[in-house]
Design a protein around this ligand. Structure first.
Ligand code: BG6
Ligand code: MG
Length: 214
């Protein structure tokens, strides 16, 4: 049996831009400008690991109490940005794939580093479509570690080799590859080198693709 595992931020909804905006504000308060290229290296990575990377790029060292303060601040900023998310924000192609999976009996899971995943799916009105939700609260190792996807496959009861993962991040593609799953990168006009397949958008994937890919 085949299965789909969807990343959340940047795949189901364009929240990646809000993570970027929030981290930019935090980085500014450390006295430096977070670049787009640096942000690519934060995609798919947990909140804690993201802060550690930013601190190391800025050459800044703070204690764990300060870290906790900045993590909370970042999440407050982020939650303000996503406050008004609704069905309208679901990215093109998501509903088509969910419907296709339902017709074909393909179970779907969410595999995200976010601790806000349940809340976001509820705002989008599609939480019930996911048989399994693996989020940042259920994992201890950040992507590129494959834990999040392997847990998803295990909870769905499918062989990892039969899982197609939709990802927009370098770390996420690496995690899917490590889990021996089929990595499908969705990153607009860009490309993720290590992905098995690249598409501009989920909407660009012809449905026949899924018949032949595994
Ligand atoms: C991932 C995002 O999905 O979730 C990362 O790509 C983010 O940018 C991570 O840091 C954790 O999200 P949250 O919502 O728990 O801060
Ligand atoms: Mg993502």
């Amino acid at each position: 049996m085949k299965a789909f595992i969807f990343d959340l931020d940047g795949i189901i909804v364009d929240t990646a831009k809000y993570h970027f905006k929030s981290w930019k504000i935090i980085s500014k308060s450390f006295g430096f400008e977070l670049s787009k290229n640096q942000n690519e290296l934060l995609k798919g990575v947990s909140r804690e690991e993201s802060l550690d990377r930013i601190l190391s790029w800025g050459g800044i060292s703070i204690d764990k109490f300060e870290k906790k303060k900045y993590l909370e601040k970042k999440n407050e900023l982020y939650k303000d940005f996503i406050n008004n998310l609704s069905q309208m924000d679901i990215l093109p192609g998501v509903k088509k794939l969910i419907d296709f999976a339902a017709i074909k009996g393909i179970p779907i899971a969410l595999g995200s580093a976010s601790k806000n995943a349940h809340q976001i799916l509820k705002k989008l009105g599609i939480k019930s479509k996911f048989k399994v939700i693996i989020d940042g609260n259920l994992t201890s190792k950040s992507k590129p570690h494959p834990e999040v996807f392997l847990k998803g496959a295990q909870m769905l009861g499918v062989n990892p080799k039969k899982v197609i993962v939709f990802e927009d991040s370098i770390a996420g593609v690496e995690a899917a590859n490590k889990a021996k799953m089929v990595s499908v990168a969705i990153c607009g006009s860009g490309k993720i080198e290590n992905a098995r397949f690249n598409f501009n958008s989920l909407d660009d994937i012809p449905l026949e693709f899924f018949e032949n890919v595994i």
